[in-house]
Design a protein around this ligand. Sequence first.
Ligand code: COA
Length: 405
Amino acid sequence: MMDVGLESLSFYTPHYYFDLKELAKHRGVDKDKYYRGIGQEKMGMTPPDEDVVTMAANAAHHALERVDKSKIDTVIFGTETGIDQSKSAAIYVHSLVGLPSHCRSFEIKQACSGATAGLQLAQAYVAMNPDRKVLVLAADVARYDLESPGEATQGAGAVAMVVSAEPRILKLHPESGAYTEDVMDFWRPNYRDEAVVDGKYSIKVYLNALAESWKQYSAQTGRRFRDFERFVYHLPFTRMAEKAHLHLAKLADSTLSVEELKHQLQDTLYYSRITGNAYTASMYVGLAGLLDLCRDDLSGREIGLFSYGSGCMGTFFSGQVCAGYRSHLDTARHERMIKNRTALDYESYLDFFNFQLPRDGSALETAHHKTGLYRLSGIDGHKRLYEKVESLVEAETPAAAQASA
Ligand code: COA
């Protein structure tokens, strides 16, 4: 059978973050509740001139660097922070990164699992059209009400993946286990900018969706828990992955030592812990972390992935890491992007959080912040305006970024 999978994988997070130890001070909470209890340290924050389109375009720009763009004929954008009820965010990115006109571009939504649905569609499409490539995008800004329990689990980020019949990073296996159940654990009505969440309940339904997806997946494939070298989970906060992994191990009649738990998960959690939840992108941010940071050569190793979207839909699927994958990763840029970031103080955190573009059709030019190669330059007549700029967040050294501040 022909191989189909990830030819490239790039991750983007905004230049600004808010440290949860600062949030802890202002909320009168012990910082360890955040750092240890939920396993989060920092939340990526979008400045006024970034949104899901600019984040995805930045990730896409790098994911396409070594790919033959003329072969891309489909762009699928998974997000739950859509900027328009009608026009898809995929079209803006298609234009910003200069993709061929003979292309279908659309957005897909099912909470945090939209990008996984997109990835699976792309996989099937490429299997039927092996000379074509699909750009799959995932980008979100996780927002909860100020002073709510969810506040500490905010974040922002994007991932771009090229799916093709020339996988260089991860070969995707065709089987997957899926589970859908109508529950209200997390949702965002059209009239709200912040999600509504029943956090404790969402943990329960996440674990149930994991168990049900896994049961179907393992019955279909005969693969067992011990067949996987590493596991990547959807990461609303990193402690969730620990809970999920212990739950799955128990279901699979495996006992895990603390060392095994750490070994199987640790690298997948690093980026998420310091950038926060990125909803549709978060599991793929975990995958990027695993491949970037894992000291062992994972070539030929099996990876299990669990994607969860509240409401809810779970998908368990898997892939095999390609031989020589390391030379196709975007590790050095990811590292620079993370190192060069700037911490926000509490007042600036609130300013970023409370910023809103005009909603009455009036014009606004957004102030220049440090961004990647694409920024939201403003809005006029209800139209968002984007531009390409010099990247200030991916300068070669932190000093260079500082100098251009
Ligand atoms: N030191 C160490 N750990 C501490 C602590 C401290 N000082 N104080 C509390 N903790 C631990 C708690 O024991 C708990 O651990 P446990 O999960 O192992 O029981 C953890 O920190 C969280 O504390 P809790 O009181 O349960 O937190 P909370 O009521 O503020 O809610 C979430 C936490 C994660 C439920 C909340 O942030 C949330 O709803 N986030 C959004 C989740 C989401 O996005 N879900 C949808 C997608 S799946």
